[in-house]
Every structure is written in structure tokens, then in C-alpha cells.
Design a protein around this ligand. Structure first.
Ligand code: PLP
Ligand code: MN
Length: 380
């Protein structure tokens, strides 16, 4: 299977448990275990006033079953996955309930997806009739039952049907076809997550809620019962949870956070400090030009730049500039010497994690855990 292949390729870990941080081979993806633990605890606490709204964290952030199982032990009902590879990593890693919050297209991949239903409770987002029919046929052949979630376009203009008659049409089709159950609807708007001001994020989520209500009304008018509405990410999940419409939220980045989420503001206009930055890229200084620059061993192959450059931690005065595929240039060079370790906060956690085979968990300057990122890759 793909996870086994990924693990074989990743056989050489960048550190050993018990090593000091200075012995970690860099660039390395390092997680501060204490901050991770705090984030795991804050999530259920933050949801305590929303009664029965479930948390189904998104595995697209970490793609790591070990971490997913920790989230489940902190009250998560199951996991979301965005790609088939992530879903396989979750199920073969022991997660018992997985929603693929995305479409899976084509016979070969649908077959792999349906096979997972032999091991776990599986559901999948759909927005296309032919895809639904193919999914039903394959599920029937395999003698498994799959939950179908109709994806609704609530403003991102990506996937999903408009919140109108198409929703009950597809729901009805799902109900009529063998080996499928109609679970409910997904109403996710990714662009809202990084709207900077809290009041603007709330207002943007109000639009999402309004469109979700339209989808539910269309279902009700068609006589179709729907008691599942899922969506929301780290930036807006509290608004979806408080809407009275959503029954489940899907935050992913909260376990790690990143520099982009660090630029979001809370209700009081202060930066959002609800979750802690637990994810870092650990780098080594490989060259210094005194008075001008220090160069670290982390370029585009080690940290994603789509949401801005990484921040140097904890020294805000030193700025990271991309130095190409394998280099980062730090200015001013502070007092860095060749061989020094430098911590970076990635601009965007998901695509940065996707570059690595291992999460290196550290506590008090020592390696405590090595977790394989078995769901990494382009999502084949
Ligand atoms: N749900 C879906 C469908 C997503 O695409 C994403 C992220 O892209 C999330 C949830 C999680 O978002 P975040 O990592 O910002 O919490
Ligand atoms: Mn993301």
C-alpha cells in the first residue's frame, strides 16, 4: 500500500529518540510537544459551550495517524482527509471514522477508497451524478456501505453544487442507490479562514450560514431529512459551531498554527493567541558573511512560501529571505555562527508538513517522538 511505500522511503529518520535538539539532522520538521499538548486540550475546551457540535479535525494539516489518534483521544469523533493518500494513512493507522471532505474521481481510486470501508466508517463528499453512481456500483461489488455527503458551494466557488434544487436531487439519488447512505451536507468556505479581523470573519461566516440554510430548506421542501452539516476551519470554526446550523466542524491547522494564522486578529483586535505555535522548521546556519547575512539550510524544498516567508523564531528582528531551493538568507545576521540551529515558523503549515517524512517531537531540548507522515504527497 502507499503508506508502506512512504514508510520505506522514509526509513532514515532525522533523529533518534533521546537525542538533544542539536543532533537533529536539518532541515527538520519539529513539533514542540508541550505546545501541541496545549492545542489538543484547548480545542475541546473551546467547544464546550456548543453542546452537541462535533469536532472532526482535518488530517490535511499533519497527514499523521499518530497525531490523529491523539486528537480522537481528545474528543474528536473521527478525522477529515482531503486526499485518498491521507485517508489511507488515517485508516491503516487505526482511525475508525474518516470523512474525505473532497471528491474522489475514477474507478481505481474509488475502489481504493471503498476498500477502506472494510476497516473503518467512511464517508465522501460528492457533487456529481456519474461519480455517485460509480461509487454505489463499487460499494455494492465490495459489499460495503459508504456515507455520501453532498458538497454545497457556500461562496468559495470551488467544488459543490449551488444551495438550491441540485442538493435534494443528488441526496435523493444517493438514497435510491444501493450501498450508499445520505449523511448530510458539507458547507466549507476556505477563503474566510484568513480574513484578518474577527468581526469580518464572523460576517463572512454569516453568509456561509445563510447559504447552508438555503441548502437545508431545499432538502426539507423535498422531504429529505438532514441532520448533518459539516464545515469550518481554524479561523472560523467557533462561528460555525455557534450558528445553530452546523453539527460538526473541521479545524486542521490549530494543532500546529503558522505565520499566516498568526496574522489573524481576535474579537479585541489583538492577535489570536487561542492556539500556540507548535510547528517549526529547524535549520542549521551553513555560511556567515559577517555584518551582512547568515545562510541557513532551508529553502523552498524545506518550507512552503505560498502564504509568505517563514518567521525567524524567536528573534523578530531577523528576516528570512528565500535563497532558492535549498537556502534561506537571514538579515541582519545577528550573532549567528556556522553550525548554529535556527528555528523557523512556517508561513503555511499544511504544504510545509507535506515536504517531510517525519515529525520530530521535542520536549525540553530533547527528541521525544518520531512520527511518520504517512499521508504526505500530492494526494494520489
Ligand atoms: N475543511 C476543509 C474542506 C478544508 O479544505 C480545510 C483546509 O483547507 C479545512 C477543513 C481546515 O482548515 P484549517 O487548516 O485552516 O483549519
Ligand atoms: Mn491550509
Amino acid at each position: 500500500s502507499r503508506p508502506a511505500a512512504a514508510m520505506a522511503a522514509a526509513a532514515r529518520a532525522p533523529a533518534r529518540i533521546g537525542d538533544p535538539v542539536s543532533d537533529i539532522d536539518t532541515p527538520a520538521l519539529v513539533v514542540d510537544m508541550e505546545k501541541l499538548r496545549m492545542n489538543l486540550k484547548i480545542m475541546p475546551q473551546s467547544m464546550s459551550s456548543f453542546g452537541s457540535v462535533a469536532v472532526r479535525p482535518h488530517a490535511k494539516a499533519h497527514k499523521c495517524a499518530t497525531l490523529a489518534l491523539l486528537q480522537v483521544s481528545h474528543g474528536a469523533v473521527g478525522m477529515c482527509a482531503q486526499t485518498l493518500t491521507e485517508a489511507e494513512a488515517m485508516v491503516y493507522g487505526g482511525v475508525q471514522d474518516v470523512l474525505v471532505s473532497n471528491q474522489i474521481i475514477g474507478h481505481s481510486k474509488l475502489l481504493r477508497f471503498a476498500t477502506l470501508a472494510h476497516h473503518a466508517k467512511m464517508s465522501l463528499c460528492v457533487d456529481n451524478e456519474e461519480n455517485i453512481r460509480e461509487l454505489s456500483n463499487i460499494a455494492k461489488d465490495l459489499n460495503v456501505t459508504i456515507g455520501a455527503v453532498v458538497e454545497v458551494n457556500v461562496g468559495q466557488d470551488r467544488c459543490g453544487v449551488e444551495p438550491g434544487p441540485e442538493v435534494p436531487r443528488l441526496a435523493k439519488l444517493v438514497q435510491e442507490l444501493p450501498n450508499l447512505t445520505f449523511v448530510g451536507v458539507q458547507c466549507y468556505q476556505g477563503l474566510n479562514q484568513h480574513v484578518r479581523k474577527a468581526a469580518d470573519r464572523q460576517a463572512a461566516t454569516d453568509t456561509v450560514v445563510e447559504k447552508s440554510k438555503r441548502a437545508l430548506k431545499a432538502l426539507e421542501d423535498a422531504g429529505i431529512k438532514c441532520d448533518y452539516v459539516t464545515g469550518g476551519g481554524t479561523g472560523t470554526y467557533l462561528y460555525e459551531a455557534g450558528s445553530g446550523v452546523f453539527t460538526e466542524v473541521q479545524p486542521g491547522s490549530y494543532v500546529f498554527m503558522d505565520a499566516d494564522y498568526g496574522r489573524n486578529f481576535g474579537e479585541d483586535g489583538q492577535p489570536v493567541h487561542q492556539f500556540h505555535q507548535s510547528l517549526f522548521v529547524l535549520t542549521t546556519v551553513q555560511s556567515v558573511t559577517v555584518g551582512n547575512r547568515a545562510v541557513v539550510d532551508a529553502g523552498m524544498k524545506a518550507v512552503s512560501l505560498d502564504s509568505g516567508e517563514p518567521l525567524v523564531y524567536p528573534t523578530a528582528e531577523v528576516i528570512y529571505h528565500c535563497g532558492g531551493d535549498e537556502h534561506g538568507i537571514l538579515r541582519p545576521p545577528a550573532n549567528y555562527k556556522v553550525g548554529d540551529k535556527v528555528w523557523l515558523i512556517p508561513g503555511h503549515c499544511d504544504p510545509t508538513v507535506n515536504l517531510y517524512d517525519w515529525i520530530v517531537g521535542v520536549r525540553k531540548n530533547k527528541v521525544e517522538a518520531l512520527w511518520p507522515i504517512t499521508g504526505r504527497g500530492p494526494g494520489v
